[in-house]
Structure formats: C-alpha cells, structure tokens
Design a protein around this ligand. Structure first.
Ligand SMILES: [Zn+2]
Length: 256
C-alpha cells in the first residue's frame, strides 16, 4: 500500500518505517527497495483486503493525480464489509485502478459493493490486448458527437479487453499509456455490441478532481447520442440497451 498510519497520520513509506494498517490496524513495515515502488506491507500476514493488488508505477501515477485524502480510502457497506478503494472522490465516486487480470465474479462483487464506480484499466499489460483492441476500432463504424468520436463495434468478442469489460454496465476507461488518450467503454447493457469513445486523460482527471458527478451527465449524454444515432439510422431502437435511470442511481442495469 502507498499509505500506512504513522502516529495516526497517513504516511508514505520511508526507510526503516513502521506503521499501522488503515484497514485492519495491524502492524505495517515500509519496503523501500530499488526496484519496486516504495510501499507498506503487513508484517505478519498477507494483505487484509483480498481485493488489493500489488502496485505498479502506473498505479502510483494515477493515484498522484488526486488529493492524498482521496487515496486509499476505507469504504464500508451497510453490512459492515470493508475494502480499500484506490480513489474515492469528494462526491463519493470510487475510481478503481486495475493492472492485473481480474475475474468477472470479482468485478461484479466490486461493482455491487461500491455502486458508484469507474474503472481505469491498464491496457498495456499484454501486447495482444493493444493489437486486438485497435483492430476492432479500425473495423468499427464511427460517428461523432460534438468533439467525441464513438466507435460502434459489432464484434466485441474479437478483443478480449472489450469483451471482458463490455458486460458490466459501469464506465470503464482503458489506458494504453499513449499521449493524452483514454478509451471509454460505455456502460450499456448489451454484450452484442460495444460503444467505445476516445476520451482525453487530462479532462478525465480534471472532471474527477473538480466535479465527479459530471461523469453522470457526460456518460448519459453519450448514451443518449447513441440512441439518437440508431434511431436516425434504422428508424428503430435496434440496439437500445441503455440503463439511464439505473446508471444514475449507480446500480447495474436491468436484464433486457
Ligand atoms: Zn490491513
């Protein structure tokens, strides 16, 4: 973890450091080696949060875009279950930054637990992910809404990244570590087709920092634009699987 409590203050790791875990209160030891990012580890056990993954430089860069108080925040649900959210904004949005492979069951569990969740996925983990993703984009039909281009991908199963993340009805941003670009897989409720929009990374960071509730408006605006696009194109709502109201409440969409 990036932070532990040292004399009750949230502190980063330092050589010889000893601290307390924010989540389980047990003792933490600072690891400040040459090759890995400096971090804290539990002294006597594995990580207390089963959802926790070891952090990369990429994780840290993402966290560093946000205030310290928003990073590694313990989130409780009504039953008393708790987990450490990578980032929790002042408006209650959880931003989960994910590098490793994660099962569908765990994605579902996290979506259900956090509700108002946005994922940022490391698209650079596997070289084939990048190739297949771009090949799907090239083959897609594109249309433009204001200055945002939306790709309408008829065969989402061709790209593992798109296939895996297109079925969860929550916003997913893929980061290929390229310039200022993120790719947003829009949260529709269909797996037959995927809608992917190019999104500027600095705009994402700006919105998340200043007014994260604006994500509702932007995503719903894009979803409505998709609806209009299909209405104009086919005269019917062929692909309409847009859970606008449920998304607004931060819940997964209904089965259609
Ligand atoms: Zn702990």
């Amino acid at each position: 973890m990036k932070y532990a409590l040292v004399q009750d203050k949230k502190s980063t790791a330092f050589k010889g450091g000893r601290g307390k875990c924010q989540c389980c209160q047990s003792e933490m030891i600072a690891h400040c080696g040459e090759f890995m990012v400096h971090h804290w580890k539990h002294k006597s056990k594995l990580e207390c949060d089963p959802w926790w993954e070891n952090e990369t430089e990429w994780h840290r860069k993402w966290k560093d875009h946000f205030p310290k108080d928003w990073q590694e925040v313990i989130h409780h649900d009504q039953s008393g279950e708790k987990h450490i959210a990578d980032i929790k904004t002042d408006q209650g949005w959880i931003i989960e930054v994910q590098h490793s492979h994660i099962s569908h069951e765990e994605i579902n569990s996290r979506n259900d637990f956090y509700r108002k969740i946005i994922w940022i996925i490391d698209g650079f983990r596997l070289r084939t992910d990048y190739k297949k993703f771009y090949s799907s984009l090239i083959k897609a039909k594109h249309f433009q809404v204001k200055d945002i281009i939306i790709a309408c991908i008829d065969s989402p199963e061709e790209s593992k990244l798109i296939r895996n993340w297109n079925r969860h009805s929550v916003p997913v941003f893929i980061d290929f570590h390229i310039d200022n670009k993120l790719w947003l897989i829009l949260p529709t409720n269909t797996q037959d087709i995927a809608y992917v929009a190019e999104f500027k990374k600095d705009i994402f960071i700006q919105i998340a920092n200043k007014n994260s509730a604006q994500f509702y408006n932007i995503i719903n605006f894009l979803l409505n634009s998709i609806r209009v696009y299909h209405l104009q194109k086919s005269g019917q709502l062929k692909y309409l699987r847009v859970p606008l109201r449920t998304f607004r409440r931060g819940r997964r969409g209904p089965r259609l």
